[in-house]
Design a protein around this ligand. Structure first.
Ligand code: AHG
Ligand code: MN
Ligand code: MN
Length: 342
């Protein structure tokens, strides 16, 4: 079989299909190279100084792991000097990171969750990096946080890398989804899947069941119906999978279908959800929709949300089309029940 590298794939996207400008090609190459460096650090495990806590706290109030900090630094350093970016934003940084004056400024904005699944690092379970690319649309010189506050439907590209049994890069440029596997012998990303499609139906759901008592009624109802199995209203048995790294749970859904939920819950009622709109939900939504799936909060499409702030959180229901529609129907039925009771 002919081996196509990520470099060749991107050159062909630029040259033959005119799908991406040179700056975006450069950006994806640089992010992919940074992911390779992160993969090497991840693989060192106890042999390197990469496990355990960094004893610092991020803007979300979470204790950072050493690999959260290392991965963030790798992505910043790799992307600063190439001339393709105007600025970056990360789950691990309080505010946006401007490209230093000594380097040329490009037209793109890069957002990332440098290390997703932090609680799985020290136990040798799959983790990943998630990224999202926006165009800087304002014509003013310089860049501000406001430039980042665009709905996910305006993303120019999105992707993630899973550091698992294999290291896999998944990418969308807005025209389908492609997967690349890292060949450790040659150090190159090799195209291993194109036109990835998520089955519309599934019998597998993914949710942190320990939060069940805190969920709102529509999610209780949806999961209750799944758990009722073949003799319940769904008329079929469901299986459950929960890795605890969104990147790995979504990767399974890209590979064989399923639905992933991280809903609002009553533990922190003032927050719409746990996951971050700009670094997790939007890029995953773009990828999943490009593969024929759907991504919703339960009441609206995630990529239609106009962000109010950089570190905004959101409820997430993502994956196989018919299952996401079913969750949305439970929410709509909840509203109907509430209005008929009023
Ligand atoms: P991060 O490691 O980037 O903070 O993200 C972890 C997220 C997500 O990957 C996962 O689905 C979820 O948090 C798990 O959280 P809980 O174990 O608290 O349910
Ligand atoms: Mn994350
Ligand atoms: Mn993270």
């Amino acid at each position: 079989m002919k081996r196509i590298s990520l470099t060749r794939y991107l050159v062909e996207q630029q040259r033959e299909h005119g799908r991406i400008p040179a700056q975006l090609r450069m950006l994806i190459e640089v992010v992919a190279r940074a992911c390779k460096h992160i993969a090497i650090a991840v693989n060192k495990g106890a042999l390197g100084d990469v496990l355990g806590s960094a004893h610092s706290e991020n803007v979300q109030g979470e204790i950072q792991k050493k690999l959260d900090v290392i991965s963030n630094e790798v992505l910043i350093e790799a992307n600063e000097w190439g001339g393709h970016l105007a600025a970056m934003a990360s789950e691990e940084m309080d505010s946006i990171h401007l490209v230093p004056n000594r380097y040329p400024q490009g037209e793109y904005l890069l957002l990332f969750d440098p290390l997703d699944g932090s609680s799985n690092i020290d136990v040798n379970v799959s983790i990943g990096t998630i990224f999202s690319v926006l165009r800087k649309v304002g014509h003013t010189h310089g860049v501000a946080e406001d430039d980042f506050l665009q709905p996910g439907k305006h993303q120019a590209a999105a992707g993630y890398c899973v550091y698992g049994p294999q290291t896999t890069l998944v990418l969308t440029l807005g025209d389908g989804v492609a997967m690349f596997t890292l060949d450790r012998e040659t150090g190159s990303w090799v195209l291993t899947a194109t036109d990835v499609r998520i089955p519309e139906d599934t019998q597998e759901f993914s949710i942190n069941m320990s939060n069940q008592r805190h969920w709102a009624a529509p999610v209780q109802r949806y999961i209750g119906e799944c758990l009722a199995g073949a003799t319940g209203p769904r008329g079929k048995d469901f299986n459950m999978r929960w890795v605890g790294s969104m990147v790995a749970d979504v990767h399974r859904i890209l590979s064989r279908g399923g639905v992933f939920l991280y809903p609002w819950d009553a533990r922190e009622p003032e927050k719409p959800g746990k996951l971050r709109l700009m670094y997790e939900a939007n890029p995953m939504s773009f990828i999943v929709e490009q593969a024929g799936g759907l991504a919703s909060t339960g009441v609206e499409r995630i990529m239609d949300i106009v962000p109010g702030k950089l570190h905004e959180r959101v409820a997430v229901v993502i994956g196989s089309k018919n299952e996401v529609l079913r969750v949305a129907a439970c929410h709509a039925a909840g509203d109907a029940d509430a209005s008929s009771a009023a």
